[in-house]
Each structure stands twice: as C-alpha cells, then as structure tokens.
Design a protein around this ligand. Sequence first.
Ligand code: MSP
Length: 633
Amino acid sequence: MTERYYVTTPIYYVNAAPHLGHAYTTIVADVLARYHRLAGVKTFFLTGTDEHGDKIVKAAEEAGQSPKEYVDMISALFSDLWPKLNISNNDFIRTTDEAHKDVVRMILSRVQEKGDIYFSEYEGLYCFGCERFYMERELVDGKCPDHQEEPTVIKESNYFFRMSNYQDWLIDHINRNPGFIRPERYKNEVLSFLKEPLEDLCISRPKTRLSWGITLPFDEQYVTYVWFDALINYISALGYPDGDLFKANWPVAQHLVAKDILKPHGIYWPCMLKAAGIEPYRHLNVHGYWNINEGKMSKSLGNVVKPLELVDIYGLDAFRYFLMRDMVFGLDSEFSEEALIGRINADLANDLGNLVSRSVSMVYKYFKGEAPKPGEAATADLDLKGNALETIEAYSRYMNELAFHKALISIWDFIGKVNKYIVVTEPWVLAKSDRGRLPTVLWHVMKSLKIISVLLWPVMPETAEKIQGLLGLSRKGEELKLQDIGDWTAGAFEGPVSKAPHLFPRIDAEKKQGPEDQKKKKTPKAQPMISFQDFQKLDLRVGTVKAVEAIPKSKKLIKLTVDIGEERTVVAGIVEHYNEADLVGKQVILVINLEPVKLMGVESRGMVLAAEDESGVHLLVPDSETVPGSKVR
Ligand code: MSP
C-alpha cells in the first residue's frame, strides 16, 4: 500500500439539490478515505461543486435569482449535507473560488503557449444538458443518450484544444497502465472510442451567449468551457503548481466518477494534463448508476431519491451500509426501499445486532462487565482466530479492489462464524458447569467483536464507535489501526463493558409505508411566528387572468396577464399543471407588492398563490366571482 492516498469525487453541478446518486459516490469516496486512514496511510479527500456554465444560468433564471446568489445557495446544500452523512472530506472546492480560477487561466495560457489551442469556426450538434457538442455517431436515435433530447445545431467561432495531438499517447498510456481506467469494461469503452479519430475539443463559449464563466486569459470576449474549467479542480484544490499538497498527493491521485462522465475524465482530462506538462492521474474508478424502476435517477426525469429523507427514517449507518452492500462497483443497481428494509432486518438487526447484544450481555451478566482474562486456547478458539485473520486479509484485498460488497460479505461471514462459535461453546452452560473455561470463550467473542467493529468503521463509523464504546476501548475509530487488530496477544477489550442496547431495531415494512408516516414526511416545517403588522405588509388581491403566453424554452414557467383593476404581467411556475384553456378567465390570488423579478427574460410584477402536494400544484381561487383588484385579508 502506498504512503499516501488522494481520492476525489466529481464536483457536482449546482443546478439542483443533492440526490442519492451524489450521496453514493461521495460515500464511496468517504469509505475509501476512511479505510486508508485506518491502514495508517496519509489521506486527502476532495469534493466540491461545479458552478459555471449554461445549465447553472438557466436554473438561476428559473429560480429568479442571480447566478452568484443561486450557486451560493445550492453549493451550501451540498456542503451542509456531507457532515450529516458523516463524510470526512478534507476540502470542499468551488469553481467560483478565485484560487481555482487563477489555476484555470494558468493552464490555459500554458497550453496556448505550447501551440495546442487554435481559433476556428465550428458548426455542431450541441446538447445543453451535457453542455457539449456531440458527434453524430454518439447520438441514439438522433438524441443525446443522457437527456433524451435532440441536440441543437450551433454555429460559432471558438477556441479549440488540439486533443487529437494526444490520441496516440493516450492509447499507449492506457495500454501500458492496466489500472488507469477501471473496472476493465470502462477501459475498453474508452479504448474503443479512441479507435476513431478524436475531434479537437471546443474550450470556449462566446460571452454573447454565456457570460457566467472564467474569462479566457487570451481573449476577453470568451469564457472557458465548463468541463475545461471543472476538471482542473482536482489540481487547483491542491495548490498547483507549488503547493505542498499538490506535490504530495498528485502522484497518487485517484478519481471516482459514474459512467456518465467517463469521456471527460478518461479522454479530455489526461490529454489536458499531458498538454500542460503534468503527470496523468493514477486511477479513474468508474461506477454504474442507481436506477429506479430500471431507469436512471435524475432530476430531469423527476424520480430523484433524497438522501436525508432515508437517513431520517432508517438511520445513517443503515443507509451507508445498504449503498455499499447492494451495488457491485462498476455495475448498475436498482434502488428500492423494500431492499433497504430487507438488509436492515436481516444483516443489521438480526446478524450484527444480535451478536453484539448477546455477547455484551453475557460479559455483563457473568463478569459484571469486567474484562475476562483468557486461559489456554482450545481448538474452537484457534479456529475462530484463524477465521478472524483470514477475514482481515480478505477484507483488505477486496477494499483495495473496490469490491466493497465482497468486503462486507467477508465481515458478515465472520459474524456468522462468531454466532456459531457461541452456539457451539454454549457460554450459558459453561457459566454453570465450567467457570474456568468461560473467560477464554468470552474473551474470544469480545476479541472478534473488536475486529468486526474496526472492519466496519469505514462504512459504518457511528456503529463501529458505538460497539467500541460498549467494549470500553480507550482508543476508537481511526485510532484503532487495521494493522493492530490481527495481533492476537493484544487485549480484546479494556472494560468495563456497558449493558447492550439494540443497535438496529427491526423495521416493520408495512408500518413504515403507512399513510400516517407518509403524511408526517411530507408536511413542511412551520415557519416562525410573525406579527399582524408583518402580515399586513403583504398586498394580496383578486385578479382575473386575461391572457396566457408560453415562455420559449421554459418547461415550468408561463406568462400571465392578470386584471387587478389594471393589467399586470406575472410569471408563474404552473405549466406542468394547467393549460391555457384552464387559465383564461380564471380568478386567482396575487401578491402585488413583491419586488419585480426577471424570469427567463420576462419581468414578473407579482406572484400567484398556489399550494403544492404530491398530486401537483393547486391555484388558490375565490369561491365566487369577485371584483378584480379586491383586497384579500
Ligand atoms: N459537474 C459534473 C462533474 C464535473 S467533475 C470535474 C457533473 N456533475 S453532476 O452533478 O451531474 O454529477 C454527476 C455524478 O453524480 C456522477 O458521475 C455520479 O458520481 C453521481 N451520480 C449522479 N446520478 C447518479 C446515479 N443515478 N447513480 C449513481 N451515481 C450518480 O457531472
């Protein structure tokens, strides 16, 4: 194992709140970081947010905010979520950080000086969702395979990176370094893509079309293409070029991504690094998708799972365990709450939970919680020791191979063996008939629990530390190194042992999904109390909708002309729920003294009131015809 470890997640787009897919990659990175720290390896773990580009500007417009306000808000959703998922990142980078922008400009200048950037006119097929040009052959039925939308033909003058200069070098590098892109299937995917001539990469966007980005150091009229900007985060966060963090960590860099962003990471990024005279990263680790009903989970498909909702119901460690246990790294997996409940009841409540509670209860009962001293080992004890050492070895091997599900299976096999050891040695019988042997047996059980807790720590840090607390260990968590636990002469525990709690209560699947629970989950939190004077500041009026106009390119917004005694233009996010015919002539309730905002280029001078529940959006309406402009109290 190397002396250092550097792992990164993708930096997530701030056009939407974090979902289960983002949580998965970040938890995998966290598990790897914790595992390496446990093995005594100095570790640096980086995550962050990707904040420039078209997508973000559009989302900000839809939210009626400036790009800066919007990215600050969504980036905070990510940085606030990670501590709640026990993510132990060492840094959180934002591409709007000045230090990052400086490094992007430095790299651009360097590549340009080398002669690898040229200016040219280009006409191509552009997917706004992916923010990149597509080649015909990459489309499926003429559509972007990720967004299922037909790309737009765009013709403009731009700067291009001579990626094609590096095609032969990249093929050679991948072939010489077998683990460069892994698992194998993704390496093959990249190699097969590289069989065709590589097109140069368009790395600029004219400011006339997009101004939210990093200005090119050699042309004020252009901003940097978001991928050329974003990939550089992996070195700018380390203080490239002179930072100590860069010097120490870059030579061992490993990236974690899902297959959606294989191409930028497997092709653009190594070529960019090579052009800038920087060593390539060591590994690109690629995983599959969490699917829902066999389709990819994504904001655009409207089927996202929110991590904190699951954590609130099932607990953080159960959630982390499930994600690591139920996905084979590299392949897709189907997410379902039933599968999660199944894992909790079988693996956590039954196997692990019962082992901890029965073992600790026996020490508590037979030795008043004091640590028993072991005597001479019998065959069963030696077998258990053998199993423990094999488990540690298999677990480490699987973790290094990113086979997390197998690492967990090896722990659970061992849990099964310890449970069996208890059944065979019958400590409850020994307590009556052989007090001499009892301490040896319980010492072995406690030693096994200590080992299990250490192996669990990367995936389930809270549970591991709880078990270590029950064992009365003075060192916990990261302080208990992987190398030490195989030492059979060292103590199992220091005591006194505490009374055992139920670590994982069983979950009643029926009850969990009952209507009461659903209701509790969905009711929004109450706002703080306000005074009557505060309420009176709102100018609420009845209005009659006179005309309705679609807003081009907006999926949600619609322009309404409303009569409130005078005519007002109001933009409302109700397209998915009401059509034009429903709206014209309808009376609505408006807030008319909100500061005007520009949404998708249309100035909105008021807000229509509506309620939202699972079935959709419902406009508030007077229950009989009311004179337009009447006040609402
Ligand atoms: N901003 C770019 C990445 C730039 S990195 C220099 C981006 N952002 S993203 O917000 O779209 O995040 C994509 C990543 O989120 C995936 O590569 C994966 O890590 C994670 N996932 C998003 N949806 C996922 C699933 N349904 N399943 C598993 N992981 C998923 O792309």
